[in-house]
Design a protein around this ligand. Structure first.
Ligand code: OOG
Ligand code: MG
Length: 255
């Protein structure tokens, strides 16, 4: 599994995609995909990246339909992936990046074991509008479930909007979201698209991590999953998501 992690790490560094591993090894399993992902995280950490949180993926119907994968998956977020709010993302850093609108959580307290949704809500400190930049290391963004998990769920970057106390939000499960490109609305969605409630996604993540013997520490950032299909990035774009009650978050794409 170490070899596969090294190939994916090199693909990202050199911006050269690889063929999905399930093509040559049809028995490459989901468990092996997560094993590769853990080795990939270790490679990033060995280069000084810090684990700052996690992301859920394939938690909404538009994402499942766009990518043809129908079960929720999770990946890691590192300090090096964060793009400052209102800042720039360099297209040259990626292979074929896309962007999608998300809801993010910041944890006040550790979440471990198998908490219920209300218990999870109590551990949440704040909620944010967010954008995720995804960039598969596979040719043509083509993969099966174990491949995408190995590739850290196509994760590449993330941008966080202003932090809101959870008590300020009337209904987390019903926030309208608009993804804009150069001021033009491109995708419309709702936080309801994310497993009916983004808190459900966070709860499922805690359970999935528990099954792997790990947890979410206080201070972790969690992306709950794209609420709409992703759109491709190009140089010169100004990308913004507006989320009801959570405000907006934006970045620009440079060469
Ligand atoms: C996989 C990443 C999925 C999400 O929010 O659903 C994801 C992909 O679409 O390539 O980040
Ligand atoms: Mg995503």
């Amino acid at each position: 599994m170490k070899k596969i992690a090294e190939q994916l790490y090199a693909a990202e560094q050199n911006r050269k995609c690889v063929k999905r591993f399930t093509a040559a090894q049809p028995d490459f399993s989901l468990a092996q995909g997560y094993q590769v992902q853990r080795e990939l995280l270790a490679l990033h950490q060995a280069q000084g990246a810090k684990l700052v949180g996690r992301k859920m993926g394939m938690t909404s119907r538009p994402k499942m339909q766009q990518m043809g994968i129908h079960s929720p998956i999770h990946g890691f977020l590192t300090s090096r992936m964060q793009v400052p709010e209102g800042g720039f993302f360099s297209l040259g850093r990626g292979i074929h990046p896309k962007v999608e609108p998300e809801i993010a959580f910041l944890l006040d307290r550790e979440l471990a074991g198998r908490p219920s949704l209300p218990e999870v809500f109590r551990a949440v400190g704040g909620v944010m509008a967010a954008l995720e930049i995804i960039d598969s290391r596979y040719e043509n963004f083509e993969f099966q479930l174990p491949d995408v998990v190995a590739d850290n769920c196509s994760s590449s970057g993330f941008v966080l909007g202003p932090l809101h106390a959870k008590g300020q939000i009337s209904d987390l499960a019903n926030l309208g979201m608009v993804l804009e490109q150069n001021g033009k609305p491109m995708q419309f969605g709702s936080s309801a698209a994310i497993l009916g409630n983004p808190l459900r996604s966070l709860t499922d993540l805690v359970h999935l991590l528990d099954a792997e013997g790990t947890s979410l520490p206080a201070g972790a950032v969690v992306l709950a999953g794209g609420a709409t299909a992703a759109i491709p990035l190009a140089v010169g774009q100004w990308i913004r998501v507006q989320v009801q009650e959570l405000g907006s978050v934006e970045f620009r794409v440079q060469a």
